[in-house]
Design a protein around this ligand. Structure first.
Ligand code: AMP
Length: 285
C-alpha cells in the first residue's frame, strides 16, 4: 500500500494506473477509521480496480469552538486497517499542502440546501466539505467516489455539487454501518464514556420508532418527528440539535411522509454531537 503525502505523488501514481486502463475509486475520510469506513473501501474495491483513501482532518469544515484540535487521530491504526482491506494508496496530506497560507477559493452551494439540518448550527461546514472534496477530486481524478449515508446531507450536497459543476465522477452512496446494538459507527463515538455510550442508543432507538411508524402508514411528518423526539427527550444525557423530515434530494422540509423522505437527526450526548437517519421506504438505511 502506497502512503502519499504530496499531490505530485498521487497524480503520478493515478496517471500510471489510468494509462493501464484501470478504474480508480476514492474514499474521502477524516481518519480514525472504523467498520463504516471499511465498508466504503470494500464497495470501492468491488467496483474499481484501484482504491485511494484520503485521511485528512479538514480544518475548513470545522467552525469556531468545534472539535478540530481534539478530533481523534491514529494514522498507524488507519494504515493497518486499510492495508488489511486492500486499499492501494492512502493520501495523507499535511494541512499546509491542502491550504497554503494565502488560500482563498471555496466551493459553496448557493441554495439553502447547506443551511438545512446540520447547516443550522454549522453554517460553514458544507462549504468546507465541498471545498476539500473538490480538491480531492482534482488531485485524485477518481472515476467513482464513495460516501456514507450516515452523513446523508453531505451525500446529497456532494451529488448536487458534482452535477452542477459537471464533475467527471460517479458518486456512490453506501449504507450506514452500525454497532451490534444499533449505534451508528462514528469516529466521534470515541468521545463517549460508558454512561454516554449507553445513552447514545436513543438515536438508533428513535430511528427504529420512526421507521416503524412510517411502515405502519404514518403520513404526518410532524407526528412522526414528535414521536422520535419523545424517545430522545426521555434520555437525560441527550440534547436534540434537530430532528427533521426533509426531501431526500433537496433537503427541503416536508409535511408528508412518503418514500424518499429523509428523516435525520443530530443529538448531543453530553458534549458529543452524533448523527443518525433513515430514508422512508428503504429497508437498510
Ligand atoms: P468521516 O471520516 O467521518 O468524515 O467519514 C468519512 C466517510 O465515511 C463519509 O462518507 C461518511 O459518511 C462515511 N461513514 C462514516 N461513518 C459511517 C458509517 N457508520 N456507515 C457508513 N459510512 C460511514
Amino acid at each position: 500500500m502506497i502512503i502519499a503525502e504530496s499531490v505530485a505523488e498521487v497524480r503520478a501514481q493515478v496517471k500510471a494506473w489510468k494509462r493501464e486502463g484501470l478504474r480508480v475509486g476514492l474514499v474521502p475520510t477524516m481518519g480514525y477509521l472504523h467498520e463504516g469506513h471499511a465498508s466504503l473501501v470494500e464497495k470501492a474495491r468491488s467496483l474499481c480496480d484501484r482504491t485511494v483513501v484520503s485521511v485528512f482532518v479538514n480544518p475548513a469544515q470545522f467552525g469556531p469552538g468545534e472539535d478540530l484540535e481534539s478530533y481523534p487521530r491514529d494514522f498507524a491504526h488507519d494504515c493497518a486497517l486499510l492495508e488489511e482491506k486492500g486499499c492501494d494508496m492512502v493520501f495523507h496530506p499535511d494541512a499546509s499542502v491542502m491550504y497554503p497560507p494565502d488560500f482563498a477559493t471555496y466551493v459553496e452551494l448557493c441554495s439553502d440546501m447547506p443551511r438545512q439540518l446540520c447547516g443550522k448550527t454549522r453554517p460553514i461546514h458544507f462549504r468546507g466539505v465541498c471545498t476539500v472534496v473538490t480538491k480531492l477530486f482534482n488531485i485524485v481524478t477518481p472515476d467513482m467516489a464513495f460516501f456514507g449515508r450516515k452523513d446523508a446531507q453531505q451525500l446529497a450536497i456532494i451529488r448536487r455539487m458534482a452535477r452542477d459543476l459537471s464533475m467527471d465522477v460517479e458518486i456512490v452512496g453506501c449504507p450506514i454501518v452500525r454497532e451490534a446494538d444499533g449505534l451508528a459507527r462514528s469516529s466521534r463515538n470515541a468521545y463517549l464514556d460508558a454512561r454516554e455510550r449507553a445513552a447514545a442508543l436513543v438515536l438508533s432507538r428513535a430511528v427504529a420508532v420512526g421507521k416503524e411508524l412510517a411502515a405502519q402508514g404514518e403520513r404526518d411528518a410532524r407526528a412522526l418527528v414528535a414521536a422520535m423526539r419523545a424517545v430522545i427527550e426521555a434520555e437525560a444525557l441527550a440534547r436534540i440539535d434537530y430532528v427533521d423530515a426533509v426531501d431526500g434530494v433537496t433537503m427541503q422540509p416536508v409535511d408528508a411522509i412518503q418514500d424518499g423522505v429523509l428523516v435525520a437527526m443530530a443529538v448531543y450526548i453530553g458534549k458529543t454531537r452524533l448523527l443518525d437517519n433513515f430514508i422512508v421506504g428503504e429497508g437498510a438505511c
